[in-house]
Design a protein around this ligand. Sequence first.
Ligand SMILES: Cc1ncc(COP(=O)(O)O)c(C=O)c1O
Length: 380
Amino acid sequence: VREALALTARPEVISFAAGLPAPELFDGEGLRASYDHVLATEPHRVLQYAASTGDPALRGIVGARLAAGGLDADPGRILITTGAQQALALVSIAMLEPGDVVLVEEPTYVAALDCFAHVDARAVPVPTDDHGMVTDALDDLVCEHRPKMVYLVPNFQNPAGHTLPAERRETVAAVAAERGLWVVEDDPYGDLRYRGEPVPWIASLPDAADRTVLLGSFSKILAPGLRLGWMHAPPTVYAACLAAKQVLDLHTSTLDQAAAAHYLAQGRLDSRLDLLRTAYGERCDTLLRALPDALPEGSTWTVPEGGMFVWVRLPEGYDATALLPQAVAHDVAYVPGTPFFAGVPDPGTLRLSFTTNTPADIAEGVRRLAEVLRPQSGGG
Ligand SMILES: Cc1ncc(COP(=O)(O)O)c(C=O)c1O
């Protein structure tokens, strides 16, 4: 992914590679006003060391958002983290021993695989379809591999874009309860829904409430540069993650938390979310409309209800990694799917991110992609 990101540097490249929010949609003015406000009114507090658990106002706002989403949230179990990435790292450090098994969606978020590998845990893939993890397979895999935890991105998954239906979430919760598994539910994209109805968090299901760690982020809805994320965790996990956070960075930036809390308390997020959903929804639709004419016959792709990603599976014989240099020569980029696999990778897969390009650029980018992918469709 890092290599692919480097390819986006040339301005003439239309990149579907980077999983970034659209920079022109950041509310720079609004955030600057909040930074000004907290620095003007509370400089002694916001420039000082602070509690490891996080800014009380920000924890309260996260708790209220969780409650609005149907989770019986306890603000005392909310830990503010330096991005959801730190939350994932804390969970890995605090909960996993070398050799422990983590069940993951196949494909899954590559930096989660990095976290598990970093603590010498073993990621075991669970098959997915257009609706995410195939939970029929879950109980057998649990009996076979004796995992300590299952890790999922249930809404608009990275990289595959799919959303786990309510019945499958209930199965995950039931298997976790019966077999004594921890569930790590990573939901940085849940607010970015463009169609369909929200599905309850696994963390909100009675079976899973005491064994699910829910992770969230302000990266995709406010700005990733703030590095603000959070976790809502059962007490024992919370205590272990808090201890790990104290070792790593004492606490997340007091100033950034205070500015974000001030911004959110103004009630400005809802109108920002409307703006993001409208713009990203249009970009998503533009990509989905263009793909059928651009991809070789026999290709399949996900139709996301939100988030940032469409996952493409090219027909047998195509290798998305091998084709990438040709794509870049045609001034278009994507991320090959291979790094997202915990098991045997499917070389014909690739991830397209639709958030950072205008509809016109998306249409042109897909046209360039077709120049690379279509000529081969006749020759196999
Ligand atoms: C599934 C998933 N989890 C976690 C993260 C990390 O987000 P953050 O910027 O909050 O660290 C990302 C970022 O792309 C992601 O896609």
